[in-house]
Write a protein that binds this ligand. Structure first.
Ligand code: SF4
Length: 268
């Protein structure tokens, strides 16, 4: 999980003065700072929802480009279409990422399918309320957007999903099917395979840089859980305009720490 957000003005100094702390949290300071500065500059041009989506598109493009540059130097990964063992955990998202997903769904579906999608996402969100990623693995509770082992929002998927790569498919399968034993093997370093660190670090850093830039401009820079937040947004879509949605509306989908793990509220 990412470190707690900093007071905005201290961002640069903190990143530069305590790099070890950031690396420990799988944050790469240069990427964080670049995305923070670029997003802040973009926010001075406008803070409307269209601009927020453009900003998140730019963050995704820049981070994807960085990963494309780094990928040839990294260990091979086994990720492929139709493999979805990792899609059974809490996914942290920012407000602009949520807007991107929502606009994608509205574009790809008619009103009737949006209504039925909203119902199914709400049912999913009720199942995951109050559950950590570990708990979701144990109960095999997938993301609401996983259908037939495919991501139904692939081109609009959040930064966290873009940064998840694994050396071996069996490793992810074991984590889902036999989490405790697999995690203890990871601790004892007797496990074959692992997640790749480099993409995790740069996508984490990009998301945190974006979040910090939003905070700095007095916008909503909170981290929400994808399925839980989309359930709330889809429900609001029926009754009020997106411009009227406030961070208070999304509060139940905030990822908060409970007994050392990040969960959403028990709210529905
Ligand atoms: S958004 Fe797509 S890639 Fe991300 S967890 Fe959900 S189904 Fe998986």
């Amino acid at each position: 999980m990412l470190p707690k957000t900093l007071g905005s003005g201290r961002l640069k100094d903190s990143v530069k003065s305590t790099p070890q702390k950031w690396v420990k949290h799988l944050i790469e300071p240069a990427t964080l700072e670049a995305i923070f500065c670029d997003s802040k500059a973009q926010l001075t041009k406008g803070k409307g929802q269209n601009n927020l989506v453009e900003i998140v598109n730019a963050v995704i493009d820049d981070t994807d480009a960085l990963w494309a540059e780094l990928e040839p130097e990294q260990p091979n990964h086994a990720c492929h279409k139709g493999c979805s063992w990792c899609c059974h955990q809490n996914v942290s998202v920012t407000w602009p990422e949520l807007l991107k997903v929502l606009l994608y769904l509205v574009k790809m579906n008619n009103k009737k399918s949006i209504t039925s999608l909203a119902k199914s996402i709400k049912i999913h969100s009720q199942k995951i309320a109050g559950k950590s990623s570990n708990h979701r693995f144990d109960k095999k509770l997938a993301c609401a957007f996983l259908k037939g082992n495919r991501c139904t929002i692939h081109s609009a998927r959040p930064l966290q999903c873009r940064g998840g790569f694994s050396e071996k498919e069996q490793y992810c399968r074991d984590l889902l099917e036999n989490r405790t034993a697999t995690q203890s093997k990871i601790q004892n370093r007797t496990c074959d395979g692992k997640y790749l660190v480099a993409p995790k670090m740069i996508y984490n850093s990009a998301q945190l840089g974006l979040s910090q830039a939003l905070h700095d401009e007095n916008l909503d820079g909170n981290m929400y859980e994808l399925t839980a937040a989309m359930a709330i947004l889809m429900e609001h879509l029926e009754s009020k305009s997106l411009n009227e949605v406030t961070p208070d509306d999304l509060a139940p989908a905030l990822l908060t720490k409970s007994k050392g793990e990040y969960v959403t509220s028990n709210f529905l």
